[in-house]
Design a protein around this ligand. Sequence first.
Ligand code: NI
Ligand code: MN
Length: 228
Amino acid sequence: MAFKVTWLGHGTYWLEIGAYKILLDPFIDDNPSATGSAADYDPDFILLSHGHMDHIADTAPIANRIGCLVITNVEISRWLRDGHGVENISGHQPGAGATFPFGHVEFTIAVHGSGLPDGAHGGLAMGFVIRAEGKTVYFACDTGLFSEMQWLGEYGLDAAFLPIGDNFTMGPDAALKAVQILKPKIAVPKHFGTWPPIEQDGAAWVKRVSDETDSEGVLMEINGTLEL
Ligand code: NI
Ligand code: MN
């Protein structure tokens, strides 16, 4: 049993938690960083942080093909059910938590929009703290820096996956500050390099993490897997 994380590029991850497969923020077919296709993935669960296209894009096609449970916020749940035929949905809100077969998910706040691709109201953007297989792992998803990260820092995080792209989320400096208050064992950058507006030097950032904080900075490669 293990908690394995594979980066598919941008904000998209393939998680293997014990016997379960989870796709986080499915953006594959139109993701310039991804090498595979959405048709290759057969998750047991989809975790969806917010309504923006670069996170939600492949959710309905995969969910409708596989019938996996989509875990997201209440407003996106309704949008997927009423407009896109997704039946198997679990809707939540930031600040709440819920237990699933693979472990417990806390839906954290995220300072970010969540408008859906057709302009519908997508509720509030979220991040996830996943407790499973003896690990506590924070996926910040798209967010700016927020002071409640200090409380998440009391959880004893094994890992934090943080956006560093700037323009739409935390940039390198804010993400470094996030590492200082989250105090994870390892910090992994994401949501950069996909397009020119979010071009960043991931290697330089993880070096800063290791040099300037008590955490270890870890740079994942696309399709690379990290066992926590
Ligand atoms: Ni976004
Ligand atoms: Mn995004």
